[in-house]
Design a protein around this ligand. Structure first.
Ligand SMILES: [Ca+2]
Ligand SMILES: [Ca+2]
Length: 392
C-alpha cells in the first residue's frame, strides 16, 4: 500500500510495526488540515506533512502556519494533492548543513490533549505525562520516551515549594486554544551544592546508548517580566535555559564530566539588552570554550523557535550549533562552534546520556530582583521536537 501513496523511498522492510503505524497516521494527518488561529489571532491553516528523510524513514513536520488567502490557495491545493511539492514542510526537520543526513524522530509534543504536569507527593520533582493527539506519533511523554531513556522524564526543582516555583501545562495567554508548558519561579531555595538558587528544569537522563549526534527544536516565549532584567544593576553571568551533560559530573559512575550551557546574560552593569550565552566546561567549572555573539538580541515577549544541534567530538570534530527564528523573521545562527563536546581528556567518549532540554535556572539575586518588582521568572515552551542521527 505504501507504493500507492506516491511517496518515494518507502521505509526499509525491517522497520517495525510502530513505524508502519506512524506512516499511516502521518498519511491521514496530511489529509486532515485544521483551521486554527495563530498567536496574533490571524486565521491559519494547520498542516501536518511528511518529511521523507534520506534513509527512507519518515519524520513529521508541521508547516509554518501562515494566514490563507486567495493568492496562496492554488499553491496549497497543488501541494495538498501532490505532497512532495511541499519541500518547505521539511523546514522544521533538521535543516541541511548539519553533518548527519539521516535522522530519526525521537519525540514531539505541542502540549495538547491530556499533556500535563503531575505533582509528586514529595514536591522536589514532578512528572510530565500525557499524549498530544494533534501529532500522529511519538507524542506520549511516558510511553514514547520509555524505549529511549531508562528513567522517566521528570521536572526537577531540587527543592522549594509550589509557592516558589512550578511547571504546568496551561492555555496560552491570549490564545487559549493552544497549550504550552509554563515554567515559573519567583524565589530561590536551598538547592544542590549547598547554595540557594532558583531552578525549574526538564530532566532527560539515562538515555539508552548515548547520543553521538542530535537535534532539538522548541518554541520559546520569554515572559515580558524578564525585560526588567535589562535594568539589573550587575552583570548576569548565568540564567540557563538548556544544559547538556557529557558526562553528568555528579554521577560517580560517569568520570570525565563535561557540560555545555546555553543561557541568557547581561554583560555589564549598566542598563542594556540581554544576550545569549554559551560555554562548555570540564567538570570543576573549568571552561573549555565560550561562544561569542554580541549582535543577536534576545526576543522578550514574543515567540521564537530555538534549535540546538550537538555532535560529539574533539576540538576538530565536535560541533554545537544554536539557531533562533523569531516569529515572522528569518532564521539566525546564534552560535556555531567547532570544539570539544566531551571532556578534554575523556579517552572513550560514549555519547550524551543526559540533558536538560528546557531549563530555567539562576541565582537568588536575579530572581529576587524580579520578585521585589512583583514579577517572576517565566518561560513558556511549545512544539518540542527531538531527532537523533541514525548511524550506519
Ligand atoms: Ca501547543
Ligand atoms: Ca558520555
Amino acid at each position: 500500500m505504501r507504493a500507492g501513496t506516491g511517496l518515494p523511498h518507502p521505509p526499509p522492510a525491517h522497520e517495525t510495526r510502530d513505524r508502519d503505524a506512524d506512516f499511516f497516521a502521518n498519511f491521514f494527518a496530511l489529509r486532515t488540515p485544521q483551521w486554527g488561529r495563530s498567536r496574533d489571532g490571524a486565521p491559519r491553516l494547520n498542516l501536518r506533512l511528511f518529511s521523507v528523510v534520506s534513509d527512507g524513514s519518515l519524520a513529521m513536520a508541521r508547516a509554518h502556519p501562515r494566514p490563507m488567502n486567495s493568492r496562496c490557495l492554488l499553491p496549497f491545493i497543488l501541494g495538498w494533492v501532490i505532497p512532495p511539492l511541499f519541500a518547505a514542510a521539511q523546514a522544521e526537520a533538521p535543516p541541511p548543513g548539519l553533518s548527519s543526513a539521516r535522522w530519526e524522530l525521537v519525540f514531539q509534543s505541542g502540549f495538547e490533549g491530556d499533556s500535563r504536569v503531575v505533582q509528586s507527593d514529595q514536591g522536589s520533582s514532578d512528572q510530565l505525562v500525557g499524549r498530544d493527539p494533534s501529532l500522529p506519533s511519538r507524542s506520549d511523554w511516558v510511553a514514547d520516551l520509555a524505549p529511549f531513556a531508562r528513567t522517566p522524564l521528570s521536572i526537577n526543582y531540587t527543592g522549594g515549594t509550589v509557592e516558589q516555583r512550578f511547571a504546568r501545562v496551561i492555555a496560552e495567554p491570549g490564545r487559549p486554544e493552544n497549550h504550552v508548558l509554563q515554567f515559573w519561579a519567583n524565589d530561590a531555595w536551598a538547592a544542590d551544592e549547598s547554595s540557594t538558587k532558583s531552578r525549574v528544569q526538564v530532566d532527560l537522563y539515562k538515555i539508552q546508548g548515548g547520543l553521538k549526534e542530535f537535534y532539538q527544536s522548541v518554541s520559546v516565549f520569554l515572559h515580558p517580566d524578564l525585560a526588567a532584567l535589562k535594568s539589573y544593576p550587575r552583570r548576569i553571568s548565568w540564567l540557563t535555559i538548556a544544559e547538556f551533560w557529557n558526562n553528568e559530573w555528579w554521577v560517580k559512575t560517569e568520570p570525565h564530566g563535561f557540560r555545555i550551557t546555553l543561557g541568557i546574560g547581561k554583560p555589564g552593569t549598566n542598563p542594556q539588552d540581554l544576550v545569549f550565552t554559551l560555554n562548555a566546561e570540564d567538570a570543576g567549572f573549568k571552561e573549555v570554550w565560550r561562544g561569542h555573539n554580541s549582535t543577536t538580541k534576545v526576543p522578550i515577549g514574543r515567540w521564537f523557535t530555538l534549535e540546538c544541534y550537538f555532535k560529539e567530538g574533539n576540538a576538530d570534530h565536535g560541533r554545537f550549533l544554536v539557531a533562533l527564528t523569531p516569529e515572522g523573521e528569518p532564521r539566525q545562527v546564534v552560535f556555531d562552534v567547532t570544539h570539544f563536546t566531551h571532556h578534554t581528556r575523556d579517552p572513550h567518549p560514549d555519547g550524551m546520556t543526559g540533558y536538560n532540554p528546557m531549563k530555567l535556572y539562576t541565582s537568588r539575586e536575579v530572581v529576587r530582583f524580579l520578585r521585589d518588582q512583583n514579577k517572576a521568572l517565566q518561560i513558556y515552551w511549545d512544539d518540542f521536537r527531538l531527532w537523533k542521527a541514525v548511524t550506519p
